[in-house]
Ligand binder design. Structure first.
Ligand code: BGC
Length: 576
């Protein structure tokens, strides 16, 4: 094994891990969405210098690592998840030198850095795709992507019936060099995001190089986009998803925990021919070996919308990825029994392959949990919400519940992901004007699905007027709601009971009591409650109307106000 010393002079500030205590087994990882975190140059778009400037706030929050959504060169048709150069920084966000400064600063502050890698597809602007278009049918360049002849007498019909995750057909026909309509290419997402053909060794070699490019710069790992895609079933057979499947391929709103056992609704969904194919695992074994060429504990975290959990656990077998997002947990409603089931199953299923469970409630693709957990209408994953959505919650009630959910999540063993702004209690921005929306989902469905813009609005730092300290100007690429003055970081700093303070207290207590390595010992406090002991801490969450008498102990965390020693509805408390 070649050991390469990383280009991180200050990585020594980060404690070395020992086997079984690798940093990613316990880390709380904060997702930075670069467009919306901090804008240093005032153009209304967040950037790398902005992130560098604000990193101390994340150290003060108490997280262990940051994950950056894509900042690489891109025409931004899917907010950077359409990469046109995997080895450079988009000018919108800065330069490679800005990236290096950000990384060094993070390491000096004791924060590890994970970056996004987008291997299922590139941008159609990528040189590789442009060369494929120019080279024509049957060429090695076309073999990088999934080009096929169409069906019908003149190839006028798409090669199969697959639909794009963002709505509409998953195939687009190209014009050949002679000006006539020719082959079709597959794009599981927008038509500007052609899927690679991962059976092609050339593609595999390119991505090994891309991983090494960033590992050489010193990144601590990768969040792997669409880690359940990449390999498609041979022959690309037709497929019709079940009626209530969420966009990402899972049965959103129905967590099948193991074959035959339902989380709260629905049967195990069928496996689409474009997701969760066995062949993807060979790729991750290969990537695991690439990471092993480097010193330190580098990590791969898969974004794999796969059910049931038993199947998802294949992504984190010892020679594959280190972590995978637990979307089954994210999709579980705020219900005691359903949560207990998904928590137990996650710990046991991930544990059976030697991996930590991960926990997540929000990210840039889902309705923020400070709104989502209190929605009363149906809301399929990826469809988003907007002014015409029915069943919208009261924001105060919803935040109260979200804080209880966070306090429960941060007590669980394993690693947790936070999404920027949740520590401020930010709700989903619901009233975005139609003409401000940018998610391709909105355009591809002619406004039928709102998409994900509502969770991507630039976050408020300080002040009473837009951009609330996001940048030096009033500009922000999505408009910030007027009500966001009350959510700024500066207005919550040091304020007892603020959401920011609760997150800081929870993260500090989680660390002090080593909860990431705790073992849950459940006990019964009656219906509509969850209660367990872990790492010397007693955790109680109340889901029902009835006040719950807290057991003996000093209260170290409460997600909301208590009534004496009684825990009200939608509140979580920790005691020692
Ligand atoms: C990312 C999305 C993106 C899609 C296509 C997802 O899983 O998280 O934001 O639109 O992949 O790259």
């Amino acid at each position: 094994m070649t050991v390469i010393t990383a280009n991180t002079p200050d990585s020594s500030a980060l404690a070395p891990s020992s086997p079984g205590r690798e940093w990613w087994r316990s880390a709380v990882i904060y997702q930075v969405y670069p467009r919306s975190f901090a804008d240093a140059d005032g153009d209304g778009m967040g950037d790398l210098p902005g992130i560098t400037h604000r990193l101390p706030a994340l150290r003060d929050l108490g997280v262990d690592a940051v994950w950056l959504s894509p900042f690489q060169t891109s025409p931004q048709r899917d907010a950077g998840y359409d990469v046109a150069d995997y080895r450079d920084v988009d000018r919108l966000f800065g330069t490679l030198a800005d990236f290096d400064t950000m990384l060094t600063t993070a390491h000096e502050l004791g924060l590890r850095v994970i970056i996004d890698i987008v291997p299922n597809h590139s941008s159609s602007d990528h040189r590789w795709f442009q060369e494929a278009l120019a080279a024509g049918p049957g060429s090695p360049e076309r073999a990088r992507y999934l080009f096929r002849d169409g069906k019908g007498e003149h190839g006028e019909l798409p090669p199969n019936n697959w639909e794009s995750i963002f709505g509409g057909a998953a195939w687009t026909r190209v014009d050949e060099a002679d000006g006539n309509p020719g082959q079709w290419y597959l794009h599981l997402f927008d038509k500007s995001q052609p899927d690679f053909d991962w059976t092609n060794p050339w593609v595999r070699e390119q991505f090994r190089d891309i991983l090494r490019f960033w590992l050489d710069r010193g990144v601590d790992g990768f969040r792997v986009d669409v880690a359940h895609g990449m390999i498609k079933e041979a022959g690309l057979p037709d497929y019709t998803p079940p009626e209530h499947a969420g966009s990402m391929g899972g049965g959103a709103g129905s967590v099948a925990l193991e074959p035959g056992i339902e989380g709260h609704a629905g049967d195990e969904p069928p496996t689409p021919p474009y997701f969760a194919q066995d062949g993807v695992h060979e790729i991750y074994r290969d990537w695991h070996r690439v990471l092993e060429e480097y010193e330190g504990d580098r990590v791969l975290c898969g974004e794999a919308w796969v059910e049931p959990l038993e199947k998802l656990a294949h992504w984190v077998r010892p020679d594959e990825m280190q972590q995978t997002f637990n979307f089954g947990y994210l999709e579980t409603p705020w219900e005691a029994a359903a949560l207990r089931t998904v928590i137990d199953r996650s710990i046991s299923v991930f544990g059976s392959v030697g991996a930590p469970s991960t926990w997540v409630l929000s990210n840039h693709d889902v309705v923020r949990h400070a709104t989502r957990l209190a929605l009363t209408g149906e809301n399929l994953q990826g469809h988003g919400i907007g002014p015409k959505t029915t069943g919208l919650p009261d924001p105060v009630f919803a935040l109260h519940r979200a804080r209880a959910a966070t306090a429960l999540m941060l007590a669980l063993p394993g690693s947790a992901y936070l999404y920027q702004g949740e520590e401020l209690g930010l709700p989903e921005a619901i009233d975005l004007p139609d003409d401000a929306r940018q998610d391709p989902t909105w355009f591809r469905t002619n406004g039928e699905r709102y998409g994900r813009d509502g969770c991507r609005v630039p976050i408020p730092w300080e002040g009473t007027d837009p951009s609330y300290g996001f940048g030096p100007s009033a500009k922000s690429w999505l408009p910030q709601p007027a009500s966001w003055a009350t959510y700024t970081r500066s207005s919550q700093e040091g304020v007892p009971g603020s959401t920011l303070t609760m997150y800081q207290e929870a993260l500090a207590a989680r660390r002090a009591h080593d909860l990431a390595f705790g073992e849950l010992d459940w006990f019964d406090l009656g219906p509509d409650t969850l209660a367990f002991r872990s790492g010397g801490v007693t955790v109680v969450a109340n889901f029902g109307e009835r006040l719950v008498e807290l057991p003996a102990g000093d209260i170290v965390l409460a997600s909301g106000e208590l009534e004496g020693r009684s825990l009200p509805r939608d509140t979580t408390a920790w005691l020692v």
